[in-house]
Structure formats: structure tokens, C-alpha cells
Ligand binder design. Structure first.
Ligand code: NAI
Ligand code: MG
Length: 356
């Protein structure tokens, strides 16, 4: 079957890594003897588009996107447009409108890549951060006191929203995921000692849901302690479930510990499949290296593998993971992971590895 995919490269290295991911997926499809294929449509939305039109996305953009099997996203944000406008105008708009409430961010060691943690060969790192992606600290609730603006007396409020339904569905998702892994453990992250309403509701729901999964080990860890645990005891984690902001921060830390932000993949899932899900690398548009052929495409290619799993093609996803391991294991690495290869070199190596 042919999967219809909306590609939104957006800004900076997003363009380079989406091109790389598309090339790898097309090579995979070409090699399948017609068993499956991809029908791509690329959308020009992003910061350049905003500067031309005053909009981050077409007025009927969501209506257009709704018809696709999935969205393959690069990264949004550029110094010419305030980040809160570009992020809310495009990425968060899609996530929230399409109820992509589960953001799945796996991270693990790859052969040939040195991690700041990998001093002893015994250290293991193989987790999935499950990020609540529809509410929490990114609910967009609050406001600025415009009356006081410019007179030194301004007040701003930024509230977090936690609902029982929202907490429960992300936790069940995390527990179900833990059951598919060799280590059946869910670690819940909060700051419920300091944030006494939403995070305490989160804890209550976590303990209630945990009762339904007696075969899954659990722990509840405060976010500050968890950031230390990521570094000191990575082998003790399997599935980490956290609110929107906490998981956002922890997943960047996790990918850096695995070697680079450029390696990390993610899926923004609408598990009910009423709307398309969106697949994107964890990293942003990296203006510091954009346009120079330095971007690591592995995070984007890993995100393509997550998309294949979502399409029900796990053996094809496994082929991509193998190609990634073969490429990094052979030392074909971009600069962020200590190599000298370009984005194109790595992309070509990935395609060759698929064939070989
Ligand atoms: P960033 O993730 O773009 O960059 C952080 C660091 O990681 C930089 O040193 C960059 O060179 C490096 N890096 C990122 N991706 C890489 C790759 N594929 N290969 C090699 N190195 C890579 O985060 P930053 O600088 O905070 O944000 C830049 C822009 O991206 C901002 O406008 C921000 O709002 C946006 N952003 C967008 C996201 C999204 O669309 N999902 C996520 C995070 C940031
Ligand atoms: Mg982030």
C-alpha cells in the first residue's frame, strides 16, 4: 500500500534532515518490490513563510493535513521570528489540534558513538521518555498584565493544566509500553513537593493506574532527582513518564547522554488514530549549524522508523535501525558525534547499509 505523508521541513536543519529522511525512506520503499510506497507532499510552512504571509501555516492547513496518513516534520524556529510565535503557530498547533497527546522519545546507545556516560562498557542506557503532549505546562493558560507594561510593574501568569483524563491516558500508555519491553518498569516524574495541585493529581492517578499493572515495577521520582539519576544510574530506567515541560527537558538531557541531540527521534501520537500522528527529531532548527551540511540526520531517520512502526511495518523499521547501527558502527559520523562526515555522507551510508 501507499502511505500518504505530509512533509513539513520548516526551518534550519529541519530542511536538511527531512530531505535525508525522505531519501532513506524512498530507498527502503524502492527495495520492497512494490510492497509499500510513500506518496509525499511537501508544505512550505515555517518562519520564511511567516515573513512572506504573516502566517505560520495556511488558514486551512489543518484541513489539508488531516487527509494524510502521517506528518513528517523537521524543526520550527528561526531568529527572525519570536520562538513562541513560531512554535505555537506550527508545531504546537498541529500537536494540539490533532490530539497528539502521547510524545514518545526513545533513547539508547549506538555503536561507535561515545557518550559522556560511556566510561565503563557496563553502563546501559535504553529508555523511552513518554511525554504528556496535550496539557500540563504547555496548555497556554495565563496572560500578561498589559496595563502595567513598561512601567516596571508588569505581572505574568503561566498556569499548568492537569486533568484526570489526561493523566490517566498517558500513564496507561506508558504502562502498556513497559509491558512490551524487557525491563518492565515505569518511572513517574513530578515536582509534587513544590507544585501541590496538578502534580499531586498526577501522583494520585499514577498510583491508581499502577494497581492495574501489578507485573510492572514502578517508582515516583522528583524531576530534580531524576535529572541526577539520568546521569548516575541510567541502567535503572526503562519507561519514564513525565509532564510536557519536564519530559521536554529530560529528553534533551537523555539524548545528550546518548551522544548528541542530533540522534534523538520522536513520535507525536494520536493513539486513537482519529487524526494523523507526527514524527520529528527531538532537536530544533539549530541555526548555529544550518545550511552547512553538518546536521546529523539520524534523529530524523529514527523518527521515520517510528513512523514505519506506526504504519504497522515493524520489520521495515528494524531495517532502518540496523542501517543506523551499521553506519555509526562503521564510524561514519557527523561532527556533533565526533566525526567529519556530512549530512549527505551519512545519508548515503544509511542507504548503502539498507542494500547491503
Ligand atoms: P536546537 O536543538 O536547535 O540546538 C541545540 C544544539 O544542538 C545546537 O548546538 C545544535 O547545533 C545542536 N543540534 C541540534 N540538532 C542537531 C543535528 N541534527 N545535528 C547536529 N547538531 C544538532 O535547540 P535551540 O538552539 O535551543 O533552538 C533553535 C531553534 O529551534 C529555536 O527557534 C527553537 O525554538 C527551535 N526548536 C524547535 C523544536 C521543534 O521544532 N520541535 C524543538 C526545539 C527547539
Ligand atoms: Mg525540546
Amino acid at each position: 500500500r501507499t502511505f500518504r505523508i505530509a512533509a513539513i521541513p520548516a526551518d534550519g536543519v529541519g530542511r536538511e534532515v527531512v530531505a535525508a529522511g525522505r531519501a532513506v525512506l524512498d530507498a527502503l520503499a524502492a527495495d520492497s518490490g512494490g510492497a509499500f510506497g510513500f506518496d509525499w507532499q511537501e508544505f512550505p510552512w515555517g518562519c520564511d513563510y511567516y515573513q512572506r504571509t504573516g502566517r505560520m501555516i495556511d488558514e486551512d492547513g489543518l484541513v489539508q493535513l488531516k487527509e494524510f496518513d502521517a506528518i513528517y516534520f523537521g524543526a520550527v524556529g528561526w531568529p527572525t521570528v519570536p520562538d513562541h510565535i513560531s512554535l505555537w503557530g506550527l508545531r504546537l498547533k498541529i500537536c494540539q489540534s490533532f490530539d497528539q497527546w502521547a510524545n514518545v522519545r526513545p533513547v539508547h546507545f549506538l555503536p561507535g558513538i561515545t557518550s559522556p556516560l560511556r566510561k565503563a562498557d557496563t553502563t546501559e542506557l535504553d529508555w523511552v521518555v513518554v511525554r504528556e503532549n496535550s496539557e500540563g505546562e504547555y496548555a497556554g493558560l495565563g496572560g500578561r498584565n498589559l496595563a502595567g507594561r513598561g512601567r516596571g510593574g508588569e505581572v505574568a501568569i503561566q498556569s499548568a493544566l492537569f486533568t484526570e483524563v489526561g493523566c490517566e491516558r498517558i500513564m496507561r500508555f506508558a504502562f502498556d509500553l513497559a509491558r512490551t519491553r524487557s525491563r518492565r518498569k515505569v518511572s513517574s516524574v513530578t515536582k509534587s513537593n513544590a507544585q501541590q495541585y496538578g502534580m499531586v493529581l498526577w501522583d494520585d492517578v499514577f498510583h491508581r493506574v499502577a494497581d492495574d499493572y501489578p507485573d510492572v515495577e514502578t517508582e515516583s521520582v522528583l524531576v530534580d532527582a531524576m535529572s541526577a539519576k539520568f546521569v548516575l544510574h541510567p541502567e535503572d530506567l526503562s519507561v519514564v513518564v513525565a509532564s510536557n515541560l519536564n519530559a521536554d527537558i529530560l529528553s534533551d538531557l537523555g539524548s545528550a547522554l546518548a551522544g548528541s541531540l542530533g540522534l534523538a527521534a520522536s513520535a507525536n501520537l494520536n493513539p486513537e488514530r482519529r487524526f494523523p500522528s507526527m514524527f520529528e527529531p527531538v532537536h530544533g532548527s539549530a541555526p548555529d549549524i544550518a545550511g552547512q551540511g553538518l546536521a546529523n540526520p539520524i534523529g530524523a531517520v529514527g523518527s521515520a522508523a517510528l513512523m514505519l512502526e506506526h504504519f504497522g511495518l515493524p520489520e521495515q523499521a528494524a531495517r532502518l535501525y540496523k542501517a543506523i547501527e551499521k553506519t555509526t558502527g562503521a564510524g561514519i559520523l557527523t561532527r556533533d558525534v565526533g566525526g567529519t562526515a556530512s549530512t549527505d555522507n551519512v545519508t548515503k551510508a544509511l542507504i548503502d547499509a539498507l542494500a547491503g
